[in-house]
Design a protein around this ligand. Structure first.
Ligand SMILES: [Fe+2]
Length: 220
């Protein structure tokens, strides 16, 4: 398990390093910090799955044994899952039941590997969920690993994000400067009936934070 996790962090380091050439400067910061984290021990975390992790069983891998999605699906049952505490009382039960994330690297107790410079993790959202407008003081990038995701950032324009292709070619991403409000829609595609979190495969997003990473997201 420790080796699989180390391999995944290694792949993430390469993922961000390759995108640092033509992406936001934060990608280089994330790649550097993941390399630093890999210099230390990578043990086996205590698994603590949330119900949302069960939605991953509906996903088929992309057929690429080395893709980030395939590697994450293998690791997911062995990782500690969490949710943003403030959302448990403020977002609808359907959202809370069908959402959760793993903090692979970060400053908090729940992070698998500790870092005070960056936070990196993978989140899962059930099809049909809407993540309302929120913001946080950390700079952020999202990459989609599975599903169709609508994103609206500070410029007010909704864009459709597509999963990064298997392998390591550059994919689309969403980028938020510190405190920029943003919202997301999961599983929606034009011409497709309303997605159902109880039936349809979920969306899987890789996320990274830099800067002020110790402050949770809040609805705005
Ligand atoms: Fe965010």
């Amino acid at each position: 398990m420790g080796d699989a996790l180390r391999g995944f962090i290694h792949d993430l380091r390469r993922f961000y390093a390759e995108r640092a050439l033509d992406g936001p400067a934060m990608f280089a910061t994330v790649a550097e910090e993941l390399a630093t984290v890999l210099e230390g021990p990578v043990g086996s975390p205590s698994p603590d799955p949330l119900p949302v992790a069960g939605l991953l069983e509906r996903l088929e891998t992309d057929g690429e044994p080395d893709s980030l999605l395939t590697r994450f699906l293998d690791l997911a049952p062995h990782l500690p899952w969490t949710q943003t505490r403030a959302y448990l009382d403020t977002l609808p039960p359907t959202f809370v039941r069908n959402y959760g994330y793993v903090r692979l690297v970060g400053p908090a107790e729940g992070a698998v590997l500790r870092s005070d410079r960056v936070a990196v993790g993978v989140g899962v959202w059930g099809a049909g969920l809407h993540y309302p407008r929120h913001a946080h003081p950390a700079e952020e990038a999202y990459h989609v690993l599975a599903g169709n995701v609508g994103f609206r950032g500070a410029d007010g324009t909704r864009v459709e994000l597509v999963p990064v292709p298997p392998g390591y070619s550059p994919g689309e991403f969403a980028h938020n400067a510190p405190d920029e409000p943003h919202e997301l829609w999961f599983g929606g595609r034009s011409g497709v009936p309303e997605p159902d979190p109880d039936l349809d495969p979920p969306c899987v997003l890789l996320w990274a934070w830099t800067g002020e990473i110790g402050v949770d997201a809040r609805l705005v």
